[in-house]
Design a binder for this molecule. Structure first.
Ligand code: NAG
Ligand code: NAG
Ligand code: NAG
Ligand code: NAG
Ligand code: ZN
Length: 523
């Protein structure tokens, strides 16, 4: 039994508190039989109702903001991810909840960009980090800048400032964590301004036919202004930071043409104790009390998928914990960006099982952040930049293996199909046999569906599966989380976060009311 408190407040003069004892919700169902009882569903819904009645808006000032971005984490990815996670843990997957699905407030964000109906991770990063929508494949610059417009991207009036810059101006600490290269589109949104997301190193700029002197690459911007202020940077991508004459600790050559070793420059440019780590052992051994700045690069390129082999690589959860430990030394609070960046990559490869597994990893990182913070002073927002074309095909039986075959056969060709499939993708010929005018589906039983590396079936042939244009969910917990409900443009998100934490150029909680710090109540 749980006790719920229902409080009515009429013009702040009258407070009435009544205790209801609601039934406990049962999430960890192991047998389908439990679901057959009408009492189960009735009391389940009643318990949700009690929970809602006891909810009160949290109107304290957010000291800390942790923004979690599941790259490409569409709503069907969340649904399938929760089923996958539940099935791995031996419970009925459909009943399971990922960590952020326990948050009290959810909204929907519209993800299109200024010039595209379906967006990419670059223009969406501008939206959810700077509060302004922009053009496809550009980062941190307004829509006056077209793709590859190097001169336009350098003009101060076209550069957008990210919520990390707002937080720095508000004297908070800032950091970023990702499973991709730290120069990849989403994390670059925290600190970079560029007319092409692919300008990650000066080699890339040159390779794409532009002059690196007129077009500063993303890696070098980690040493400019906002990048320089970041106290924690954890992810992958050593090759973007090292000269092409030098090998990284994993034995791979760097990429830079300008001969700069940006890792060493980063360390030398810091006042205070700046630590650089290249593996999990050193990350976990790091003592946050003696760390003013922390740079961790754990792969030459992106971090390996959790399901794949790697050497001494930290999980997203471990990196999130390390980042919070450093940033929470700051009594003024912090802004932290955490990206589960490889959900998207797995989808592009139509490797649905990996996409779901990365989603579960992402959820584990959210759980760790919740354990290390409290909801009275820390606003946690979880969302995706854009969707994907993966769908959950009907009508498998309850608790049917989500990564396997549907329990039904096609009623047209009598062949099995996978519950998960994509609207488009690579390897068309693997799934369809063409003879003359006839197109037949391949019998999936001859393929290894369910293996981590298996590609899932798809429709339209493409070199890689595309993003999807559906709205994505925004889950919020902590101060002003109730602002995140409803359907709104993606670029609204940093405005709401800035309001809650009293940072940024827009209206904030502190402009509206006298300053109020955190509650004495601890979660
Ligand atoms: C981790 O990195 C440190 C410093 O670069 C190195 O001395 C150590 O051997 C590495 N550990 C492993 C397991 O590779
Ligand atoms: C880096 O990632 C690649 C590709 O996923 C993987 O094969 C390799 O083992 C990783 N390196 C380390 C040091 O973990
Ligand atoms: C689901 O099916 C796939 C392949 O058929 C298999 O590899 C996987 O282990 C199954 N998962 C569970 C939880 O049974
Ligand atoms: C509230 O805090 C902000 C930022 O710290 C400060 O600029 C402002 O003067 C404060 N307002 C009041 C009423 O104390
Ligand atoms: Zn993508």
């Amino acid at each position: 039994m749980r006790i719920f408190c229902l409080a009515f407040s009429i013009q702040f003069t009258f407070c009435y508190c009544q205790y209801f004892s609601g039934p406990d919700p049962t999430w960890n169902i192991r047998s389908k039989n439990e679901m057959k009882s009408k009492d189960f569903w009735f009391s389940d819904a009643q318990s949700t109702l009690y929970e809602k009645l006891s909810m009160q808006p949290n109107q304290y000032q957010a000291k800390n903001i942790i923004f979690f971005l599941g790259d490409g984490m569409s709503v069907p990815t969340v649904t399938a991810g929760r089923i996958y996670d539940g099935q791995q843990r031996g419970i009925i997957g459909e009943r399971n909840r990922l960590e952020f699905e326990k948050f009290p407030y959810v909204g929907l964000s519209k993800t299109y960009c200024v010039d595209k109906q379906v967006s990419d991770s670059a223009c969406t990063a501008s939206a959810y980090l700077t509060g302004v929508k922009a053009n496809y494949e550009t980062i941190g610059v307004s829509a006056d800048v077209k793709r590859n417009d190097c001169s336009g991207a350098k003009l101060p009036q076209n550069q957008l400032s990210s919520i990390a810059a707002w937080a720095m101006r508000g004297h908070k600490s800032t950091g970023l964590v990702t499973t991709t290269r730290v120069t990849h589109a989403s994390p670059a949104g925290v600190y970079a301004h560029t007319s092409n997301r692919d300008f990650e190193s000066d080699f890339d700029v040159h390779d794409l036919g532009h002059d690196p002197n007129n077009c500063p690459d993303i890696a070098q911007q980690l040493l400019d202004e906002v990048g320089q202020g970041l106290r924690v940077v954890l992810g992958g991508g050593t090759k973007k930071f090292l000269p092409n004459t030098m090998r990284d600790v994993y034995g791979n050559l760097g990429q830079r043409l300008d001969g700069r070793n940006l890792i060493e420059e980063w360390q030398r440019s810091k006042f205070g104790n700046a630590r650089v780590v290249f593996n999990r052992t050193d990350l976990l051994r790091n003592d946050a009390r003696y760390t003013d700045y922390l740079l961790g690069l754990f792969n030459t390129s992106h971090l390996a998928y959790n399901l794949d082999d790697s050497i001494d690589t930290p999980s997203l959860e471990e990196m999130t914990e390390a980042a919070i430990e450093v940033l929470s030394q700051d009594p003024a609070g912090y802004f932290l960006f955490v990206e589960g960046g490889r959900i998207d990559h797995a989808h592009h490869e139509t490797k649905a099982k990996k996409a779901l597994d990365e989603t579960v990893q992402f959820s584990n990182a959210v759980r760790k952040a919740r354990q290390l913070t409290n909801r009275w002073d820390t606003l946690i927002v979880v969302t995706a930049d854009h969707g994907h074309t993966m769908t959950i095909n009907g009508y498998a039986d309850i608790n049917n293996n989500i990564t396997g075959f549907n329990s039904e056969l096609s009623d047209v060709d009598n062949l099995p199909y996978a519950t998960l499939s994509y609207a488009n993708g690579p390897n068309y010929k693997k799934f369809y046999k063409v003879s003359g005018n006839e197109v037949d589906r391949v019998d999936l039983r001859t393929l290894n569906i369910g293996h981590k590396k298996a590609r899932y079936p798809h429709g339209v042939p493409m070199s890689e599966e595309t993003h999807g244009g559906g709205d994505v969910a925004v889950y919020a917990n902590g101060p002003w989380a109730h602002l995140f409900s409803g359907v709104y443009e993606q670029n609204t998100i940093p405005h709401l976060m800035g309001f809650a934490a009293c940072i940024g150029p827009g209206i904030t909680y502190c402009n509206l009311r006298p300053n109020k710090t955190t509650s004495p109540i601890v979660d």
